[in-house]
Design a protein around this ligand. Structure first.
Ligand code: NAD
Ligand code: UGA
Length: 474
C-alpha cells in the first residue's frame, strides 16, 4: 500500500485524550523522540487539563505519568483540539475513543456504541492526506475494522491538493494496560498485539514499539484474531475474579480461608498466581461492557449457550456485591437506619481516581437505601465525582428516605462515632491503620467489614472490633 519504500513515520495523531490515549501516546513520545505525537480530543476542558502547568491537574492520575508528561510535553508530545490539521499531518492515526455500551435502540444495554469510532473514522476520511495507517486502539466488536475500511475507502477517490489519492491501511492494536499501572504496563507489556492484512503497515507499527519493546513480544495476527483476542482477554480476567469470588462464599461457610485457597491453587503453574484476590467484584470501565458486548456477539452469531456461559460471570459479580450488603445489614442487627458507617475507598481499585463501575457505587447506594449515613474517605476520588456516581448531594437525600453521605478527609475523621467500617478499595494505607486510635473514636459494638482482605484483622480484634472478612471466618 505504501509503495516499495518502507513507511517513514514522522507524525502520529491519536484521536481521544482519555485513559488510554493520554498515557499510551506519552510513552510513545518518550521512547520515540524523533516522532511528533499529537493527541486530539473534542473535549476542550480535557485538553486544557493535559496542558496544565500544574501536573497535579492532569485529567487522570497514574503513577509516573506526570514525569513522562514533564519530559515530553511541548517537545514532541502535544495536546490540542485542532483535529483537522493533526490528522492531515499524520502518517499514523490511532483511534482511541470511548466505546461504551449502547443505552438506546437495537442492542441497548449490550452492544458497544460505535458512534464515536464511526465519527473518528469519518474525521480521518475527511482530513487525511496521502497514505495513512489507521490503528484501532479502542476495544471494539470483532469485525469493526470492516466498517472502518468502508468509511475510509469511500473517501479514497478524493484527491488532495497535490493531486494524490488518499490511501489507508487499517490495523488492530488493542490496548492491554490496566489503570493504576498504565505507565509500567506500557513500558514493559506482556505482549503487543498487531492485527492486519498489510505487512508493510504492520511492520511500520511494530517498528515503533520495537524502539523499547523486545520484538519477541510483538505478536502479529490477522485483523479478526486481534480484535477478538482483546475481548477474550478481558472475559478470561473477569471470569477469574467471579470464579474466586464464588469460592470466597464457600470459604465463609466451611471455615476455609480464601487467601490460603488462592495461594494453594495459584502455585499450580497452569493456573498461575495473579488475579486471584477475592473482593467486592470487578469494576472499571471495561470488564462489564466488554462481557456485555461478547454476550451480544455470541447471540448475534446464534450461539446462545456461549452467551449464557459469559452471562453467569456478570451475574456472580452482582451477586457478590449484594451478598456484601446483606452481610453488613445482618451483622448490624438487621437495620442501618440512622447508623453512621465509615466507608474506606471509592475508586474501583487502588492507585486510580477512576470510579467507573466501581463496586463502591452500588454498595454505597444500597447502604444508603437501608438508611445508613456514610462517611466516605478515598485518597483520590473527588466529592464531585462521588456526588455524580451516587446521584445524591452530600448531606441530603432527595431520592429515598433515610440515609445520606458525607466526604471525610481521613480514615480517622470518617470513623468518628461510626458503628461500622466498610473497606471497599485496597488502598495501601488501609494496611497500616492504627486500630487503637480507631477504637477510641468509634461507638460500640463496632464492626469492620473488610471486602478486600487488606486490614490487619488481628490488631482490630485486639481492640475489641468485630470483624467480617471476605472469604474467611473471623
Ligand atoms: P475515555 O472516555 O477516557 O476517552 C475517550 C476520549 O475520546 C474522550 O475524551 C472523548 O471526548 C474522546 N472522543 C470521542 N470521540 C471523539 C472524536 N470523534 N474526536 C475527538 N475525540 C473524541 O476512554 P478510555 O478509557 O481512554 O477508553 C478508550 C478505549 O480504550 C475504549 O474502547 C476502552 O474500552 C479501551 N480500553 C480502555 C482501557 C482503560 O483502562 N480505560 C484499557 C484498555 C482499553
Ligand atoms: C482491565 C485489564 O486488567 C486490562 O488488561 C485491560 O486493558 C483493561 O481492563 C481494559 O480493557 O480496560 P483495569 O480495569 O484497569 O484493567 O483493572 P484490573 O486491574 O483488571 O481490575 C479490574 C477490577 O477487578 C477491579 O475492580 C479490581 O479491584 C478487580 N480485581 C482485580 C479483583 O477483584 N481481584 C483481582 O485479583 C484482580
Amino acid at each position: 500500500m505504501g509503495g516499495d519504500m518502507p513507511i517513514k513515520v514522522e507524525r502520529i495523531c491519536c484521536i481521544g485524550a482519555g485513559y488510554v490515549g493520554g498515557p499510551t501516546m506519552s510513552v510513545i513520545a518518550k521512547n520515540c523522540p524523533e516522532i511528533e505525537v499529537t493527541v486530539v480530543d473534542l473535549d476542550k476542558s480535557r485538553i486544557d487539563h493535559w496542558n496544565d502547568n500544574n501536573l497535579s491537574k492532569l485529567p487522570i492520575f497514574e503513577p509516573g505519568l506526570d514525569q513522562v508528561i514533564q519530559e515530553c510535553r511541548n517537545r514532541n508530545l502535544f495536546f490540542t483540539t485542532d483535529i483537522e490539521s493533526s490528522i492531515s499531518n499524520a502518517d499514523i492515526v490511532f483511534l482511541s475513543v470511548n466505546t461504551p455500551t449502547k443505552v438506546r435502540g437495537i442492542g441497548a444495554g449490550r452492544a458497544s456504541d460505535l458512534k464515536w469510532i464511526e465519527a473518528s473514522a469519518r474525521q480521518v476520511a475527511s482530513f487525511a492526506k496521502g497514505h495513512t495507517i489507521v490503528v484501532e486502539k479502542s476495544t471494539i466488536p470483532v469485525r469493526t475494522a470492516e466498517t472502518i475500511k468502508i468509511i475510509l475507502n469511500s473517501s479514497n477517490k478524493i484527491k488532495n491538493s497535490n493531486n494524490e489519492l488518499k490511501t489507508f491501511s487499517v490495523l488492530s492494536n488493542p490496548e492491554f494496560l490496566s489503570e493504576g499501572r498504565a505507565i509500567s504496563d506500557l513500558e514493559d507489556p506482556d505482549r503487543v498485539l498487531i492485527g492486519g492484512d498489510d505487512p508493510e503497515a504492520i511492520n511500520c507499527l511494530a517498528g515503533i514499539y520495537e524502539k523499547w519493546i523486545n520484538s519477541e513480544k510483538i505478536l502479529k495476527t490477522n485483523l479478526w484474531s486481534s480484535e477478538l483476542s482483546k475481548l477474550a482477554a478481558n472475559a478470561f480476567l473477569a471470569q477469574r475474579i467471579s470464579s474466586i469470588n464464588t469460592f470466597s462464599s464457600l470459604c465463609e461457610k466451611t471455615g476455609a480461608d480464601i487467601s490460603e485457597v488462592s495461594t494453594a491453587i495459584g502455585m499450580d503453574k497452569r493456573i498461575g498466581s495473579k488475579f486471584l484476590n477475592s473482593g467486592p467484584g470487578f469494576g472499571g470501565s471495561c470488564f462489564k461492557k466488554d462481557l456485555l458486548n461478547l454476550i451480544y456477539i455470541a447471540n448475534f452469531y446464534k450461539l446462545p449457550l456461549v452467551a449464557d456461559y459469559w452471562e453467569k460471570v456478570l451475574e456472580i459479580n452482582l451477586w457478590q456485591q449484594n451478598r456484601i450488603v446483606e452481610k453488613i445489614v445482618e451483622n448490624l442487627f438487621g437495620t442501618l437506619s440512622y447508623k453512621k458507617l465509615a466507608v474506606f475507598g471509592f475508586s474501583f481499585k487502588s492507585n486510580t481516581n477512576d470510579t467507573r463501575e466501581s463496586p463502591a457505587i452500588k454498595i454505597c447506594q444500597d447502604l444508603i437505601k437501608e438508611g445508613a449515613n456514610l462517611s466516605i474517605y478515598d485518597p483520590k476520588v473527588s466529592k464531585k465525582q462521588i456526588c455524580k456516581d451516587l446521584q445524591i448531594d452530600p448531606g441530603t437525600n432527595k431520592n429515598v428516605e433515610g440515609g445520606t453521605w458525607n466526604l471525610s478527609k481521613s480514615i480517622y475523621e470518617a470513623v468518628k462515632d461510626s458503628l461500622g467500617i466498610v473497606v471497599l478499595t485496597e488502598w495501601e494505607e488501609f494496611k497500616f491503620i492504627d486500630w487503637e486510635k480507631i477504637a477510641e473514636l468509634t461507638e460500640y459494638p463496632i464492626w469492620l467489614f473488610d471486602t478486600r482482605n487488606i486490614c490487619n484483622k488481628e490488631e482490630a480484634i485486639k481492640n475489641n472490633i468485630n470483624v467480617w472478612n471476605i472469604g474467611s471466618n473471623y
